[in-house]
Each structure stands twice: as structure tokens, then as C-alpha cells.
Design a binder for this molecule. Structure first.
Ligand SMILES: C[S@@+](CC[C@H](N)C(=O)[O-])C[C@H]1O[C@@H](n2cnc3c(N)ncnc32)[C@H](O)[C@@H]1O
Ligand code: SF4
Ligand code: SF4
Length: 423
């Protein structure tokens, strides 16, 4: 388990049209968790899942409503855990008071504009001035690099993003543009996942026209997505503020998605239950998980231009003249992305000869009946006409390194997806 989401507050002050917080949390009295309860949860996490998972102290709510964040971080430290916070930063708060805490890995700030007019479209009820007031106080903080501004990209906030990037360059803040999504919540999502029929909430009228990708809601996804493993199934545990565990953050909290409770059920039982979930099968069959999960992973890039859908881009890539499609292909990377590309290539009659992966646990095994080589074992001399696609699932730095290594070793430039997309 890489991440465990545990919201320390169950209240949000904003009504972002893209977010189902209100629907998920209901209008019940807001609650901030007692330190005693947090301690129970953290001690249980350490016992059942070890100290590797990062604890996300947020879900669908605003963690700054918790009155004692320092106390929560102290508790994480007591159990050798580390956590992250994500905030809309609309509450006056002395962030400097906890930013240096050793148990805090990152402090994310969610932003969708810097002019009040644009900002309020994504963060309804929010005041951008308040966000900047809080940010200014920590601009020169020695741990300002822990602050990561998640800039939600819509099709109409590009100029705000560019201006904000200029500001961010002068600070030590990190900035990560992410493609804004529509977090509809289970009441709406279930129809889509089960029958591809989706009656969307009224607020969708504000969100859909602004999304860089809205094709998912037109059911344009393809069956090939069903094959891609869902990273969320294995990597993330999604809890509400009672410690109840649900399918995932995409589906949200809903009684019919309840898997168990962290305090009552052990990790092995939870894992086994999750592996059997029929919802995941339905979700994959509609391609929902792929478009929702993969597009984020693939396009969280610094280019604010709209890059199109994953599939459209791959189709474009495959139609490019710059590489010879009569040559067989080796795919670098044997993960979900290569798996999807494999289908697209073979559908088009392009031969895939095998995979290459740095991960020793994959080497020697097969994928689609083809061998997964280690980079040292792989020898292009034996297949001189092969093209190698270095896949974008690896980081850009790593891709650059591998590209150079291959060139030096074989005198052959590999095709890279990053390069093609110029990201
Ligand atoms: C639902 S928020 C809850 C925490 C806090 N209220 C906030 O807004 O950061 C959890 C995460 O979802 C991300 N998020 C919120 N709206 C989003 C959107 N429309 N598209 C993509 N991610 C979004 C936020 O950046 C945050 O990291
Ligand atoms: S995205 Fe965050 S700030 Fe916006 S409504 Fe959801 S929980 Fe609240
Ligand atoms: S397959 Fe769908 S429902 Fe299952 S964990 Fe992935 S995104 Fe969530």
C-alpha cells in the first residue's frame, strides 16, 4: 500500500462544482477528529500496513478545519508515519506553525485560477485573496519547497496558470498542473459504470464545458481499457473519517461500496475483499478507470495546452510518418501503459517482439506471451531493424537517460512518446 487516505476533518467551506464533497459528506454536523481517535487509527495502520504508506490527511473535505494539526503530525511521528495535507487555503491559518514538522512530507494547495472571476468558477465560494494571504506568509519559509501548488487545469484558465507559474518561479513552491476532473460521486457514477447511462448532477453544467477532457461522459471509451490493471486497487486505501474503508477515491464514500473498517478488519481480509470487487470489473469494462486514472497519470505535465484524449494521442502517434511501422517494436516498460499500447499496435498490424523493464520482479516473465527482458539482457543487434518505444510511464529524466544510453550502445535513436508529444 502506497497511500492511505484518512480525512482528519469532515467539513468543507467551499462548494467546488467539480467536487462531490457536499453529496458525500451530507449536511451533517461537521466533525474534527479527536487526537485519541487519530492515534487509534495511526497505531492500527502501523501495525497492519507498516510505516511505508503515506497518510493523506484529507479526503473530500478541508483538513485545515482540524484545530490541532501539529498534534496530528506529532502522532504520525510517534508511529514513524509520514503524512500529506491538501487544502483550498481559504481559511486564515498559521501554516508556518506546522510546515517544518518532520512528519509532514508535503502541503498541497489546490488552485484553479488567480483572478477572482476564474478562481470562483472552480472554487465556488472561495476568495483568492485569502489564498494569497496565506501563501505570502510562507513564501520565504525554510520549508517552502514542501508546498506543492496543484493547479487544476481547465480549458479557460490557461492565462491564470501562466501568470501563476511566473509567481511560483520567484518562490520556492513547487507547482504541479493537473488536469481538472469531474468528481461526481457514487449516486451518479453508478449508472455510468453499470449501464453507461449517466444522469449528471445540476452542477455538471458548470463543469463539463470547462473540462479539457469531457469525452468520458460521452461513453467514448473502448473495451481495450478493460485490460489495464487499475493502479488504485493495489496502491491506495480510501477511508472516511470513521475509518470505514471504501472502494476508491474515484467512487467515493457510499454504503454499498463499504469494504470494512480499519480498526475491525485486518489488512489481509481487506485486500482479499478488494480483489473480488465486482464494481472494479464494471468500472474497467466501461473504461472509466482508465480515462479517470490514466489521463491524470499521463498528462500531469507542465504544458497547459490541451493535449487531447489518451487514445486520440496514441492514434496520432501511430499515424506519424517519422517512424517506420514495418519494423517490429520493443516496448520499454511492461506496465499498464505498455499493455494498452500493445493492443493499439497489434490492432494496426504492427509487430511487438517483447518488452524491456528495469523492474527485476518483472524480468524473465511474460506479458501477452512475450518475454520481458532486462535492459542488459536485451540486445538490439539481434534485431537490427527493431524500433524501440521508450514509454512515457517512466519519468522524463529517466527517459532522457535511457534514450542517451540506447543511442550510445546501439547508435539508434529510440522513439519516445514524451518527445513526440513535446512534453
Ligand atoms: C477533494 S480535495 C480535498 C482536500 C481539499 N479540500 C482540497 O481541495 O485540496 C482532494 C484532492 O483532490 C484534488 N482536486 C480537487 N478538485 C479537483 C478537480 N476538479 N480535478 C482534479 N483534482 C481535484 C485536490 O487538488 C486535492 O488534492
Ligand atoms: S475540492 Fe476540496 S475545497 Fe473543493 S469542495 Fe471538494 S473538498 Fe472542498
Ligand atoms: S477499477 Fe474503478 S472502482 Fe476499482 S479501484 Fe479502480 S477506479 Fe476504483
Amino acid at each position: 500500500m502506497q497511500e492511505i487516505s484518512f480525512p482528519i476533518s469532515s467539513r468543507c467551506n467551499l462548494r467546488c462544482p467539480s467536487c462531490s464533497a457536499e453529496e458525500l459528506l451530507g449536511k451533517n454536523k461537521a466533525q474534527s477528529l479527536s487526537l485519541k481517535f487519530c492515534e487509534k487509527i495511526f497505531s492500527r495502520i502501523a501495525d497492519q500496513y507498516g510505516t511505508n504508506p503515506t497518510i493523506l490527511l484529507y479526503g473530500y473535505s478541508e483538513p485545515l478545519f482540524h484545530p490541532n494539526i501539529l498534534g496530528v503530525l506529532d502522532l504520525l511521528q510517534k508511529y514513524s508515519l509520514k503524512g500529506e495535507i491538501s487544502s483550498n487555503l481559504n481559511i486564515p491559518y498559521n501554516i508556518a506553525g506546522f510546515l517544518s514538522h518532520p512528519a509532514l512530507k508535503k502541503f498541497h494547495v489546490s488552485l484553479s485560477g488567480i483572478t477572482q472571476e476564474i478562481y470562483t468558477r472552480g472554487h465556488e465560494g472561495g476568495k483568492i485573496q485569502q489564498v494569497f494571504k496565506n501563501l505570502e506568509k510562507i513564501e520565504n519559509h525554510p520549508d517552502a519547497s514542501k508546498v506543492n501548488i496543484k493547479f487544476h487545469r481547465y480549458n479557460d484558465n490557461k492565462s491564470d496558470f501562466i501568470q501563476f507559474s511566473e509567481y511560483a518561479k520567484r518562490s520556492s513552491f513547487q507547482i504541479s498542473p493537473i488536469v481538472a476532473i469531474h468528481m461526481v460521486g457514487w449516486n451518479y457514477l453508478k449508472n455510468f459504470i453499470h449501464s453507461k447511462q449517466c444522469t449528471l448532477p445540476a452542477r455538471s453544467k458548470k463543469v463539463l464545458p470547462r473540462l479539457i477532457y469531457s469525452d468520458i461522459w460521452k461513453s467514448s471509451t473502448s473495451k481495450i481499457h478493460a485490460d489495464i490493471p487499475c493502479p488504485l486497487q493495489e496502491s491506495t486505501l480510501f477511508m472516511d473519517h470513521h475509518g470505514d474503508i471504501y472502494t476508491c477515491c474515484v467512487t467515493g464514500y457510499a454504503p454499498e461500496l463499504l469494504i470494512g473498517n480499519i480498526l475491525k478488519d485486518n489488512a489481509e481480509d481487506i485486500r482479499a475483499k478488494r480483489a473480488r470487487l465486482s464494481i472494479c470489473k464494471a468500472c474497467k469494462n466501461t473504461g472509466f478507470h482508465a480515462d479517470r486514472v490514466l489521463k491524470e497519470a499521463l498528462y500531469n505535465d507542465p504544458d497547459p495546452e490541451c493535449p487531447g484524449t489518451i487514445q486520440q494521442n496514441w492514434e496520432k502517434f501511430l499515424a506519424e510518418d517519422s517512424w517506420d511501422k514495418s519494423n517490429p517494436i520493443y516496448l520499454y516498460g511492461a506496465g499498464w501503459a505498455s499493455k494498452l499500447l500493445y493492443h493499439l499496435l497489434t490492432e494496426k498490424g504492427i509487430r511487438v517482439l517483447g518488452f524491456i523493464d528495469d523492474d527485476v520482479s518483472k524480468q524473465g516473465k511474460t506479458l501477452h506471451g512475450l518475454k520481458i527482458f532486462s535492459p542488459t539482457e536485451f540486445d538490439i543487434q539481434k534485431v537490427p531493424d527493431a524500433e524501440i518505444v521508450l514509454f512515457m510511464i517512466i519519468s522524463k529524466e529517466k527517459e532522457n537517460y535511457l534514450k542517451e544510453r540506447f543511442y550510445q550502445q546501439y547508435g539508434k535513436r529510440p522513439i519516445t512518446f514524451h518527445e513526440y508529444l513535446q512534453i
